[in-house]
Design a protein around this ligand. Structure first.
Ligand code: FES
Ligand code: FE2
Length: 436
């Protein structure tokens, strides 16, 4: 029997049933309630600078093409031919004048209009092509060069959806005069785990660092996290963790992301980092200049690892499988040598074979296995660490606490619960109508 949503997450989200990560009915509800209604990250401007440039993306399990039209505007279409459903675009990225389906060569403009049906010339009655274009993603908006799509035409604006999370994201984006670049195609791989497991980890689970990653993260770095670590929930489901350095910290100690590998960096890279940091207060203000980022999450499935400049999306492939995408992100105006080091850092730590990624993936797979075992329904997972200790803060938006507080996960699951409860009510009302 399908679990009742109200029984899966308790009222304060301190206890969560294992089925949240493994039940097929809950996954079906997630598709409607979460992926059908949320803004989902698709692409960054830097990937599609010229007319005709395109990249592939996914919205849950639905393949999407993001393309810059001839007029310079960005479009997003479902990558599925209106004749028999084949993908009309097979390359991960590229530049094209049109999309041609391989099966019967129906041909679409890059703006998604059906232009040609080759069979029509042999027939007396040609169909109305104006109704047979690719399905457009109904809402498409960008913020800071990041494009998001939503299947719900009624969704609030992207700016409102991100809310105070923009303040935290801008602590990174706002540091660079020329913005950032997403480098090449993402690394992509499949993990036998539920999609929420990577999300929750990146949203705020700083706690596992000294334990799961004991062999990799040096003790000084862990000590700094305990001493200076801050966890913030900008809005339920959106969160940021960072070390908040003292106002008089030397520029070098705040230079983001390279504390573990400073000795590997060439002098010009140190110079670039110092220069960025020295101008940070003027660009993003004093509070954000002191932030030395760790991990971020944007509801439902976008993650940002500031510490290794990786953007990640957790694409569901059923309740027990996730296709994880990871991009290296670099400041657009950085020296080439620095961009190369950042790409190497991303791959070494958080790419498909990254050392921290391997340790994390193993934990997520094991949590998924633990979420499916029999005879353990009376032992839901405990999410109560730090209950009620989070507070508003005079300088930081949202609710704020130490990184050991699991409030980031409770807020995520309360949002998840509310969304699924509504979908469950709608589904039951529909069943009643059909039955009556
Ligand atoms: S399936 Fe695309 S042209 Fe027939
Ligand atoms: Fe980790």
């Amino acid at each position: 029997m399908a679990p009742r949503v109200a029984d899966v997450v308790n009222a304060d989200a301190t206890l969560i049933q294992r089925s949240a990560w493994s039940d097929p009915d809950l996954y079906a509800l997630e598709k409607v309630a979460i992926f059908g209604k949320s803004w989902l990250f698709l692409a960054h401007d830097s990937q599609i600078p010229e007319p005709g440039d395109f990249v592939q993306a996914y919205m849950c399990e639905t393949p999407v093409i993001v393309v810059r039209g001839r007029d310079g505007r960005v479009h997003a279409h479902v990558n599925s031919c209106t004749h028999r459903g084949l993908p009309v675009c097979r390359a991960d990225r590229g530049n094209t004048a049109k999309f041609i389906c391989p099966y019967h060569n129906w041909t679409y403009s890059i703006e998604g209009k059906l232009q040609a049906i080759p069979q029509a010339r042999h027939l007396q009655h040609a169909p109305d092509k104006s109704t047979l274009g690719l399905k457009a993603v109904p809402r498409l908006e960008s913020w800071n060069g990041m494009w998001f799509g939503c299947f719900d035409p009624e969704v609030v604006s992207l700016a409102d959806y991100l809310g105070d999370m923009r303040w935290y994201l801008d602590a990174f984006f706002g540091r660079f005069a020329e913005g950032v670049e997403f480098v090449g195609s993402p690394q992509r791989w499949v993990i036998d785990a539920n999609w929420k497991l990577p999300v929750e980890n990146q949203l705020g689970d700083v706690n596992h660092g000294p334990f799961l990653h004991a062999a990799v993260i040096p003790p000084e770095a862990n000590a700094e996290v305990f001493e200076r670590g801050v966890s913030a929930v900008a809005e339920p489901g959106h969160g940021a963790t960072f070390r908040w350095m003292p106002e008089d910290a030397p520029v070098e100690s705040v230079a983001w992301g390279f504390e573990g590998m400073a000795s590997l960096l060439a002098p010009e890279v140190h110079d670039y980092l110092r220069e960025i940091q020295a101008r940070a207060a003027e660009r993003v203000g004093p509070a954000r200049a002191r932030m030395k980022g760790l991990t971020y999450g944007v509801f439902p499935n976008l993650s940002f690892l500031w510490s290794n400049t990786a953007f990640k999306v957790s694409h569901p492939r059923g309740p027990g499988r996730v296709e994880y995408w990871s991009w290296s992100v670099v400041p657009a105006d950085a020296p080439e040598a620095f961009k190369k080091i950042l790409r190497g850092n991303h791959t070494a730590f958080f790419g498909a074979g990254g050392i921290l990624e391997q340790e994390d993936s193993e934990a997520w797979m094991q949590q998924y296995v633990g979420s499916r075992i029999d005879f353990a329904e009376d032992r839901p997972y405990y999410y109560g660490l730090g209950l009620g200790e989070e507070k508003p803060h005079p300088e930081l938006p949202g609710l704020v606490s130490v990184t050991a507080n699991e409030f980031y996960a409770r807020h995520f699951f309360l949002r998840w619960r509310d969304a699924l409860l509504e979908a469950e009510r709608d589904r039951e009302a529909e069943r009643d109508r059909d039955a009556g």
